[in-house]
Design a protein around this ligand. Structure first.
Ligand code: ATP
Ligand code: MG
Length: 357
């Protein structure tokens, strides 16, 4: 799919902006604080009904305005869709061709966007939550059943934690909820194991292409109990072992909500051994990998890379740019560019000038 047109009203520092985009590389260039990230933030917003920078709609609405709108024309196969988001400080409404989109899970099939944002570069030095989020968001887009399982897990976890907070814990009730948690955990863990394997099948190739030499990269995921035919028994034992301490601390201390992934590059953990550039490159590769897991080319996501080139040396920048030409549509923001064969959008003083290079 591609985004062929974007219209912003009162979005961040853009009062009104209408942009036509092309297939292939779209480079949004300009000085600091001109509003480059704001443009790609708007594109990404439509795919999740959420910004990658803030959870507050009010941050997205231009100062002293009451509402903001983002409109995109999305082309896939021969169909065109108009996706529209209207934001007020207390609400967000999304429509596709004028019809309300009520479920977030619908959105990623209408407009699927994968994003690399600057703070992702140190993803493997960040908290486990960030890495779980990557798995959860990309897997949920791929498998609505995963999203469903995750949502019921979250509900059950809340239930279990509130049972643990009572003065006298109802052990019978705790056992019932724990069993339900174990059932849904098995589904989640199976999905996570399979997804990590799928990513690992493409990851080394992407890293090698960007690095320009043969590299071996893979994710390591160890579920909180081994994912085999004895999962349920083992998980129940893990909860039983933790029960006394859970009751004391009034919180569930084992389970899929505490899991983590790590990244190995040529046999070493990238978090503790990798250079800054290597960390950046493996995360870029990781973020791009879901693209290659979607067979139908028309369904492949739009790629947004915010400030992806900084800190990369010239050779890596060039190889990454060459690699990005494989994608249907890519948006890159940068303070400078000398890329050829791309659509360039210069952002300056609330205006955008387009030129082809
Ligand atoms: N709600 C808002 N209303 C008005 N202006 C805003 C709003 N939110 C952010 N801005 C402004 O938008 C400007 C541009 O932000 P943006 O992050 O897009 O810059 P950028 O071009 O990506 O810069 P950099 O190269 O430094 O990353 C900032 O100066 C910020 O103050
Ligand atoms: Mg920026």
């Amino acid at each position: 799919m591609i985004v062929s047109k974007l219209t912003l009203r009162n979005f961040r520092n853009h009062t009104y902006l209408e942009l036509d985009f092309s297939k292939g590389l779209n480079i949004i260039v300009g000085d600091n604080a001109e509003g480059k990230t704001n443009i790609v933030e708007a594109i990404h917003f439509l795919s999740l009904a959420r910004s990658f920078r803030t959870n507050e709609s009010v941050d997205l609405i231009s100062k002293s305005r009451q509402f903001a709108t983002i409109e995109a024309r999305v082309e896939q196969d021969t169909t065109k869709k108009e996706i529209r988001a209207v934001l007020t400080p207390s609400s967000k409404k999304i429509t596709s061709n004028g019809k309300p989109v009520r479920r977030i899970s619908e959105l990623s099939s209408l407009i699927n966007v994968i994003v690399f944002e600057p703070k992702d570069a140190l993803m493997f030095n960040d908290s486990p939550l960030v890495r779980r989020n990557f798995i959860d968001v990309s897997l949920s887009k791929k498998s609505p059943l995963y999203l469903e399982a995750l949502m019921s897990y979250e509900k059950l976890l809340k239930e279990r934690n509130s049972l643990l907070k009572e003065d006298k814990v109802d052990l019978l009730q705790l056992e019932v909820v724990t069993k339900q948690i174990v059932d849904v955990s098995e589904t989640i863990v199976k999905y996570r194991v399979a997804y990590v394997n799928e990513i690992n099948n493409v990851l080394s190739k992407i890293v090698s292409t960007i690095k320009g030499e043969k590299e071996e990269a893979h994710l390591v995921y160890n579920p909180f109990v081994k994912c085999d035919s004895k999962f349920k028994e083992a998980a129940l034992r893990a909860y039983a072992r933790s029960q006394e301490s859970d009751i004391k601390r009034k919180v569930t201390q084992v389970g899929i909500h505490r899991e983590d992934i790590s990244m190995m590059l040529n046999g070493e953990d990238v978090a503790t051994h990798g250079s800054q550039g290597e960390n950046r490159l493996v995360v870029i590769a990781l973020k791009l990998s879901p693209y290659f897991l979607i067979e139908d080319k028309e369904e492949r996501p739009v790629v947004v890379l915010d400030d992806v080139m900084s800190e990369l040396d010239k050779a890596h920048q060039e190889r990454l740019t060459t690699f990005l030409r494989k994608f249907e549509q890519v948006f890159i923001t940068s303070t400078k560019t000398n890329v050829k064969n791309a659509s360039i959008y210069e952002v300056k003083e609330h205006k955008v000038i387009r030129r082809n290079a």
